[in-house]
Write a protein that binds this ligand. Structure first.
Ligand SMILES: [Zn+2]
Length: 149
């Protein structure tokens, strides 16, 4: 894996698999492991995202921050990837998940001095449904409410 340097943006994702609503820690760990194995089967060194937010609002470490992620084609340098577990084309993210994502994004923004304009969803950067219509709506609502700042 390449080193992560010059962090200047954050990209938000869903995992896009089957709907997932469990608040069990073990279920979330298993889901993350499934994603990691799928990514490693593509020849990647680790799961492509740096952080994972589960439906209970837990934030998990994915790929270590010292390494560049693999989550937006051709736009991974300097880009921290955060994924919310679930498929938000098919379900709505839980309030706990969105709240935890918002709070965590704000912390990362503070740590790296990332402006709101550089907190984007995957579909804002590339032709993809990610992070799903329901999560996109929530991200837009957070922006209208003053996040991410
Ligand atoms: Zn994505």
């Amino acid at each position: 894996m390449d080193p992560l340097t010059g962090v200047y943006r954050i990209t938000l994702h869903h995992d896009g698999m089957t709907p997932f609503t469990s608040t069990s820690q073990g279920d979330a760990a298993a889901r993350i492991d499934t994603i990691r194995r799928a990514h490693q089967s593509k020849g990647w060194g680790d799961v492509g995202y740096h952080f994972v937010v589960d439906p209970a609002g837990r934030v998990w470490e994915g790929r270590l921050l010292q390494f560049q992620g693999a989550h937006v084609k051709d736009q991974n340098p300097g880009n921290i990837g955060i994924v919310c577990l679930g498929n938000f084309e098919l379900q709505t993210p839980s309030p706990a998940q969105i709240s935890a994502m918002r709070d965590f994004v704000c912390r990362v923004q503070g740590a790296y001095r990332i402006p709101n304009s550089r907190v984007q969803t995957h579909r804002e950067l590339a032709a993809t449904l990610c992070p799903g219509a329901a999560m996109q709506v929530r991200v837009n609502q957070l922006r209208q409410g003053g996040a991410f700042s």
